[in-house]
Every structure is written in C-alpha cells, then in structure tokens.
Ligand binder design. Structure first.
Ligand SMILES: Nc1ncnc2c1ncn2[C@@H]1O[C@H](COP(=O)(O)OP(=O)(O)OP(=O)(O)O)[C@@H](O)[C@H]1O
Length: 316
C-alpha cells in the first residue's frame, strides 16, 4: 500500500442516543480512489464530516494528509476539498463568482485564482457558462461546478458525499470521467460515499460500512472473490416448469418470473441444464457484483430497487 493519505483508528461517535460510528479503522493510500459503500444511515456522512474537521469524534484518531483532524484542523482542511451531499453553492452568484469567492476564502492570490478558475472550468466543461447565474444551471452542471470549486485550491484529498445521487446516467459517467482523469494525472486521493455499487466497481478500494462499522474492506475484485455470489438468472417456460425447478432449488429467489439461483461453481450450470434444459426459455449467468457482496455479508439488499427507480425518474 502507498503512503497513507487517510488513516483512521478506532473512531467512535454518538449522536443523540445513537452510536453512529462504533470503532472505525480505515487506511487509504495516496492517489487511491476509495469508496465508503453502505445504506442510508450507515454512518458515511458522519465519518466524512469527522475527516473534514466539521464534527469531532468521541474517541479514536483520524489523520488526513499527515495532520490530526482534531488537533490540526485548519492545516488538515487546507489539504482537502469537499463536495457535500446538499449543494452549498451561492445560487445568486455566477459560476465564476462562486469559484472566485472560494479562492478568496482559501487565501489564493489573484494570479493563482485566475489561472485555477480557467483550469477547473475547463476540466468540468463549464467555460462557456462562467457568467451564468448558478440558479439557472441544471442539477448536473451545479454538481460539476461544486467539484470544480472543491478542487480550486489544489487539495491533495477530495471527499465527495453521495456526489451523483439524483443525476442521470450520462452526467454520472461524466463526473466519474473527470475524477478518474484527475486521480491518474495529479495523484489526487478520492474518497466517495455512495450506495451505487456499480459506480465503484473500478475503484482501488471499497470499504463496506453498515450500522457504524466497516464490515469488509478491499479491492472490489478481492471482495467479490471472497464474499460475492454468482447467479443463474433463469426464465422458466411456464408455471409447471417453475414449480419443478424451485422444488429442487429451494434457495432460488423469484422476481418478474425470473428465478435467481446462487451457484458456487461453474459445474452447477451444466448440472442445471442437464436437469432442466427443457424447462427453461432463457438463462443468463450474472457474475458476482458488489451488491451481492453486501447481500451475502448482511442478508439485506444495499438499496431498494424502488428507490433507485424513483431516483432515475426524478433525474430524467
Ligand atoms: N444530529 C443527529 N442526532 C441524532 N442522530 C443523528 C444525527 N445526525 C445523524 N444521525 C443519525 O446517525 C445515523 C448515521 O447518519 P449518517 O448521515 O452519517 O449516515 P449515512 O450513511 O451518511 O446515510 P445518508 O446517506 O442517509 O446520509 C443515521 O441513523 C442518522 O439518523
């Protein structure tokens, strides 16, 4: 593992009567793209708020870019950029004015501000919108501007809390494209919180967080090899065929007339076809995903399919 950009030891935090973080240990190397993956309420935002110096932990230690976030909060803050879950842009100001203001707050010289605003507007493809008032931008453009603003003062670490919630697929892809390029070209460390498993499949490190605890941590490939489940997705020809298959494979789950059958080795596909080939109108093999890792670790879906469908609807 490269030198640590973020190092967290035994971090705990109680909010109200709830133990929101229950002893978090986490190390993220410099230049890594890392994700905190977990359902709503798992404690992701609370952990990011502590790492950004916005909330203090009850116990434990967090070092960000070599600085203790409790004892050296301001020095640590200068090294990080944050994109919060809820937009914090000034919607009455223009795109460029929002960036200018951020540069002033971070004590950047006029020359540095001017140069960096150009670089960032270019990166997020908002150069032609520099004089537009923020309230008239689309949701995706606002999010891109927030990323530009978070990066303006050249932080070494970028935190993004649910950066793509509510955005359409094309905008989400675009955002990941910028971040991948930055991380590759500048060695920026990126820590994202999300519950979209498919967005972090290509990350260097994924930490799965549930009920305030990290329950698994590693490269997506390793997590899937260790905890993931490969499934056969089978459409039976008719009700009788469905009954015959579920009689033999009681673990099969049914949704939309499709049976989802967990398998542990490839030879089970041949066994299945030998026994039920004639009962099946289509068959697909679904490789292990990070969603299946979460399911096998917790017995729960990471997020509700209905919720996802609603978000897609809102975004379009
Ligand atoms: N000020 C507070 N007082 C009491 N409980 C709180 C407070 N802030 C958050 N919580 C609770 O702490 C838990 C963790 O919240 P947190 O926002 O860190 O989760 P999360 O994983 O980021 O989820 P989400 O994506 O919904 O924000 C939640 O159950 C939340 O209701």
């Amino acid at each position: 593992m490269p030198i640590a950009a973020i190092s967290v030891e035994n971090l705990t935090k109680q909010l109200g009567s709830r133990n929101v973080l229950k002893g978090i240990n986490l190390t993220i190397g410099q230049g890594q793209r890392a994700a905190l993956l977990g359902p709503n309420g798992a404690g992701k935002t609370t952990l990011v708020n502590i790492l950004c110096g916005l909330t203090s932990p009850d116990s434990g230690k967090a070092i960000v870019a070599g600085h203790d976030v409790v004892r050296q909060t301001m020095v640590a803050r200068a090294q990080i950029g944050v994109v919060f879950q809820d937009s914090s842009l000034d919607t009455r100001l223009s795109v460029a004015e929002n960036l200018e203001f951020h540069g002033l707050v971070y004590g950047m010289s006029r020359k540095a501000r001017r140069a960096q605003i150009e670089v960032m507007l270019n990166l997020v493809e908002l150069s032609d919108w520099r004089n537009t008032v923020v309230r008239s931008l689309s949701g995706g453009m606002k999010r891109r501007l927030e990323i530009a603003r978070a990066l303006l003062h050249r932080p070494r670490i970028l935190f993004l809390d649910e950066p793509t919630t509510g955005l359409d697929t094309q905008t989400r892809d675009r955002i990941w494209h910028y971040l991948d390029r930055l991380s590759r070209d500048t060695g920026l460390t990126v820590l994202v919180t999300t519950h979209y498993t498919e967005e972090v499949e290509h990350f260097d490190q994924v930490s799965i967080i549930d009920h305030g605890q990290i329950i698994a941590n590693g490269a997506p490939f390793d997590l899937k090899a260790k905890h993931g489940t490969t499934r056969l997705l089978v459409k039976p020809r008719n009700k009788e065929a469905m009954g015959r298959i579920t009689g033999v494979w009681p673990k099969a789950q049914t949704a939309d007339n499709t049976l989802s059958i967990p398998i542990s080795k490839n030879s089970e596909i041949d066994q299945f076809l030998a026994a039920f080939g004639r009962d099946v109108s289509s068959l697909e093999v679904e490789s292990a995903t990070l969603a299946s890792v979460f399911l096998s670790l917790t017995g729960r879906e990471l997020r509700d399919r209905v919720e996802r469908a609603n978000e897609k609807g809102r975004a379009s």
